[in-house]
Write a protein that binds this ligand. Structure first.
Ligand SMILES: [Zn+2]
Length: 290
């Protein structure tokens, strides 16, 4: 088993869902910086959540979850694009409360004035930003509340993470056509939620998505399209660094060169290093060293 996303449908029912499992991709991300236990677990849950949410979009582009707060966790973000590429990063100060955790509630309970943003950035078209209050104990509960209030598609989400693997399940009750109301088993949705909530954190993080679906819904007629793979990848590039230098302007670049030549830009997500010597940096402004 590796980094996977499995979509599922229940035959003749307006229900669809996804199960994700991340291991190597999460380990790669967590190995790039030194995170305390509780933040590793938060990042794991955020990554699984973005991989689940990305699957509900029908666009080319990316979706990110971003927590901003005052307190010892300053921000944390996780991102997934339509190719199944994920990355994540967090910034924090030392806090003894981060030494141990079982789920995202440990970090969420320390946040001051927190906000969770859901950003959807299509390759073409308008960006969307949703704001999710972080006033429930866990990330999954906050996201479900968001769906309740804004999307109005009944959605149930479970998430779990260890410091090495993470996973989650999302199930949605889709709008029905008029003529479907009578033929649908009214107990279906409450039954599915009840079954989904029997899933233990250890099962979410250790079992294959298909095994999870079998355990939960073996009495339903579950259909499984092909699995998709997920992987760690970074979107940083030389070109983005060039744009950033142009953005800060010639004077700021000259000032930077006085203290740092060549200019070094390090990607926090993947530790890639981009360097620009004085000639390269100034040539961006159509100038050369005299
Ligand atoms: Zn990078």
């Amino acid at each position: 088993m590796s980094n996977l996303r499995q979509r599922f449908y229940i035959e003749n029912c307006p229900v669809r869902g996804e199960v994700v499992h991340l291991d190597e991709a999460l380990q790669t991300i967590l190995s790039q910086r030194s995170y305390p236990e509780a933040i590793k677990i938060l990042i794991g849950e955020m990554l699984s959540a973005t991989a689940l949410l990305a699957s509900t979009l029908k666009i080319k582009g990316q979706i990110s979850l971003q927590i901003q707060a005052k307190g010892t966790l300053k921000w944390a973000m996780a991102e997934c694009n339509h190719l199944g590429e994920v990355r994540a990063l967090a910034d924090f100060a030392e806090d003894p409360r981060f030494a141990e955790a079982h789920d995202s509630s440990t970090v969420l309970s320390t946040l001051e004035q927190p906000v969770l943003f859901i950003n959807i950035e299509p390759e073409v078209g308008e960006r969307y930003q949703g704001i999710v209050p972080l006033d429930k104990p866990t990330l999954a509960q906050c996201l479900m509340q968001y769906y309740d209030l804004s999307a109005q598609i009944p959605t149930h989400i479970v998430l779990a993470s260890t410091k090495e693997t993470s996973g989650g399940l999302l199930i949605q009750l889709l709008p029905r056509r008029e003529d479907e109301y009578e033929t649908i088993d009214e107990d279906l949705w409450p039954r599915l939620i009840m079954l989904t909530d029997t899933l233990k954190s250890e099962e979410i993080t250790s079992l294959d998505p298909q095994e999870i679906l079998f355990r939960l819904y073996h009495e339903e007629d579950v259909r499984l399209p092909e699995q998709e793979s997920l992987r760690f990848a970074c979107t940083c590039s030389q070109k983005k660094c060039v744009n950033a230098l142009i953005q800060i302007g010639e004077n700021a670049v000259k000032e930077t060169l006085e203290v740092q030549n060549p200019i070094e830009m390090n990607c926090q997500f993947c530790n890639a290093r981009y360097t620009f010597n004085a000639e390269e940096a100034l040539s961006l402004f159509g100038k050369h060293l005299s």
